[in-house]
Design a protein around this ligand. Structure first.
Ligand code: SF4
Length: 480
């Protein structure tokens, strides 16, 4: 290849803006309802939102209260070929409708019930479709499974990096070694064990990871949220995501009045755990009644936001970021390539360099030179998230009206419609070419889908190690 040809190829590869990605974001912005078009909105400015699979491996071998899966989910066989085929079809539609890059969750049951080769194949399919996959698990699997996922049969690395979201809370029954957790604290060794497996994977095989910690919050564990954060923030999780329980999924698993764990009450406990106020208005992901997010980092034991929403100079940094870098695709871009693209934007808009230096100086002052030096300039990015699913009794009628193109007159259903229209979390239906919010999937579509899967993939009864006890219907751990 001649020098000129090589330079031209380099110029093309480092172009900051991919027209297809830009077009996908413009479409997303145009779809957003007015209520979500805030200055803080990320959808349509820097991302298209999150995606998830459904109907691929609905079964799970723990029992949660509540459980968002429909009552037939556990009567469906986990089947590798079905999973691969469905993941490919769903990713294909997402790729066509939502553009070349997005974060997508491999979710819909317990992912570690998939044989490692099928799990790896599903992740590879997602990568091929420009998706940055994250596997959703209860975390009750062994290091051997993780190694067999990360390495192929030839012992070579299949992935440079794996992302997992692990769900831990005390109302999940049947975890090996702690069938009925007496408290959130009692689960901490299991949280640590999970995170440690990934540290070991990196040490022994060079596979990096991103770990999120998920927890359903009910009135029964609300006052334990802060301690979970205090006890676990340094274990290796890059995100702590809390879901106030909703009345959706298998109604046999609904226990207690979940509405008492209000979004404000849960967020207040997250703030107690983080030891500081968390401003969820610096960035919005969809409707703020669905998602609250605070991006920041720990320096030692203290958490600091990347941007201080009370400082107009930091808010101006956010706006400049959206303006200049919002349409640069960060997701899944190799660091060197991303750096080259960022440099090209900076060269075209030199004022961004001054803005960035000003932000760096202010942030360093906020953290304190002493603290930074004591921590050998090491900081750990940790994001706090709260995602509030909606109750099935609201989602079903609101969605029905939306399908007919009608706006509800009932304020509660109208709010539900606004939230669905701004949904951050989409699932694909290749059979009719539509995308639906995950709330709709769980509240409206899952029961029929799982009933059909139950016939398509019946369970062949065998006694295996995945057999778990039924959840208690009364007793010490039950929410009152
Ligand atoms: S899945 Fe439901 S709660 Fe979540 S962002 Fe979408 S509409 Fe909101």
């Amino acid at each position: 290849m001649g020098l000129m040809t090589a330079l031209r190829a380099l110029e093309r590869a480092t172009r900051p803006y991919d027209p297809e990605f830009v077009a996908a974001m413009e479409r997303r912005w145009a779809e957003l309802p007015q209520s979500a078009r805030t200055p803080a909105q990320v959808i349509g400015r820097h991302a298209v939102g999150c995606e998830g699979t459904h109907g691929v491996f609905p079964r799970c071998n723990l029992k949660c209260t509540p459980c968002y899966h429909s009552r037939d989910a556990n009567a469906v066989r986990v089947d590798g070929p079905h999973t691969r085929e469905q993941v490919a079809a769903q990713m294909d539609l997402l790729r066509r409708l939502r553009g070349p890059r997005a974060h997508a969750q491999l979710i819909g049951g317990e992912v570690s019930l998939l044989p490692p080769d099928d799990h790896a194949a599903a992740l590879a399919i997602m990568h091929e479709h420009g998706r940055e996959p994250m596997s959703f698990t209860h975390g009750d699997f062994d290091y051997d499974y993780l190694v067999r996922l990360a390495l192929g049969p030839d012992g070579r690395r299949r992935f440079g990096r794996l992302s997992f979201a692990a769900h831990f809370d005390r109302f999940m029954y049947g975890r090996r070694g702690i069938e009925r957790p007496p408290s959130e604290k009692a689960l901490n060794p299991y949280r640590r064990r999970f995170a440690d497996m990934f540290a070991r994977l990196r040490r022994e095989h060079g596979v990096r990871s991103f770990l999120a910690h998920n927890m359903t919050v009910t009135p029964g564990n609300l006052d334990e949220v802060a301690d979970v954060i205090r006890d676990c923030h340094a274990m290796g999780f890059g995100m702590f995501s809390f879901q106030p329980a909703a009345f959706v999924g298998d109604e046999r698993r609904w226990k207690g009045d979940y509405r008492e764990a209000t979004p404000d009450a849960v967020w207040a406990q997250i703030e107690r755990g983080a030891g500081t106020r968390l401003d969820h208005d610096v960035f919005h992901n969809g409707d703020v009644r669905c998602n609250r997010t605070a991006y920041g980092f720990y320096a030692g034991e203290r958490w600091f936001p990347f941007l201080d929403g009370d400082d107009p100079r930091d808010v101006a940094v956010r706006d400049a970021f959206f303006r200049r870098f919002g349409k640069v695709n960060f997701t899944g871009t190799p660091p060197a390539l991303l750096a080259a693209r960022v440099l090209r934007v900076a060269a075209r808009h030199p004022a961004t360099i001054t803005t960035a230096l000003g932000w760096l100086t202010r942030t360093t002052r906020r953290v304190g030179i002493g603290r930074l030096l004591r921590n050998r300039l090491r900081v750990r990015p940790v994001t706090f998230v709260m995602h509030q699913f909606m109750d099935a009794e609201d989602v079903a009628p609101a969605w029905e009206l939306m399908r007919r193109g009608e706006r509800s007159k009932d304020p509660r259903l109208r709010e539900t419609q606004e939230r669905l229209a701004a949904c951050h979390y989409a699932m694909a239906h290749p059979e009719d070419g539509t995308l639906v919010p995950a709330c709709v999937q769980h509240a409206v579509l899952d029961p029929g889908e799982n009933a059909a899967l139950r016939t398509l993939l019946p369970i062949v009864e065998v006694r295996d190690r995945t057999t778990r006890p039924e959840p208690p219907t009364s007793g010490d751990n039950e929410e009152k």
